[in-house]
Design a protein around this ligand. Structure first.
Ligand code: SAH
Length: 213
């Protein structure tokens, strides 16, 4: 018996009330044990709707923000997804639950990448591939991608990621200054990006070559 199931159900109600409708996203959040991705001492707060510290000055976003972003990706079974900023590995596991195929996720802090791998193993998630690398450069070896997701605040979409996105693919990122960003969803049409602003958020900064350094 999963004693966290009731808490997960309540979390889903909160997220629904905020306006998330995608049944695949809600179902993935009901199934994936978020508490296995949270440091032990915070386990009881795993299903509260606020961000939690995961070490190295990084946070796992609040459940609603993660649901909102994954819904915006319009995921379909078989989509090849690249994620920048693995953190705990939680959002990548939700994505893989929906796409039912490999998710490529990059993390620039090696100990977080290792921890994420441990978390994924504990949660028995097999199709998330964690790569310790500067994600702003993308992953040429596995490109092109149907969807690309950035989990940290960036000055703009990193150039290499736009190149590695398929035509009609979607890229999503919080773009703006260090202290506040707009969530920008863009669809690649030929060489152009069609951008849409989804609202204000606050994320930890993206570092690396095309980040804030
Ligand atoms: N959604 C994640 C949380 C991500 S927090 C979760 O479910 O846990 C953002 C992460 O982005 C941090 O772990 C940070 O180290 C990482 N990050 C920042 N810049 C990066 C870069 N250039 N490449 C890869 N990861 C980066």
């Amino acid at each position: 018996m999963d004693k966290f199931l009731e808490k997960r159900k309540l979390m889903i109600e909160v997220i629904k009330n905020y306006g998330v409708k995608d049944k695949n996203v809600l179902n993935a959040m009901l199934k994936i044990p978020r508490h296995l991705f949270i440091p032990k001492q915070l386990k009881n707060e795993a299903y509260e709707d606020y961000p939690l510290h995961i070490g190295h000055n990084q946070t796992i976003s609040q459940p609603y923000t993660i649901a909102f972003m994954i819904e915006a990706l319009e995921l379909k079974k078989g989509d090849k997804v690249l994620e920048i900023g693995t953190g705990s590995g939680y959002s990548a596991s939700l994505i893989s639950y929906i796409t039912k195929t490999e998710v490529y996720t990059t993390e620039i802090i090696s100990s977080l990448a290792l921890k994420a791998e441990e978390n994924l193993e504990r949660a028995k998630i097999k199709n998330v591939i964690v790569i310790y690398a500067d994600g702003t450069l993308g992953l040429k070896k596995y490109a092109p991608f149907d969807k690309i997701l950035l989990n940290a605040a960036c000055p703009d979409f990193p150039e290499p990621l736009i190149d590695q996105l398929k035509d009609k693919g979607i890229i999503l990122a919080p773009i703006g200054g260090i202290f506040g960003q707009d969530m920008i969803k863009a669809r690649k049409i030929g060489k152009r990006l069609e951008r849409k602003n989804l609202g204000s958020f606050i994320f930890v900064p993206l570092v690396g070559q095309f980040g804030w350094k």
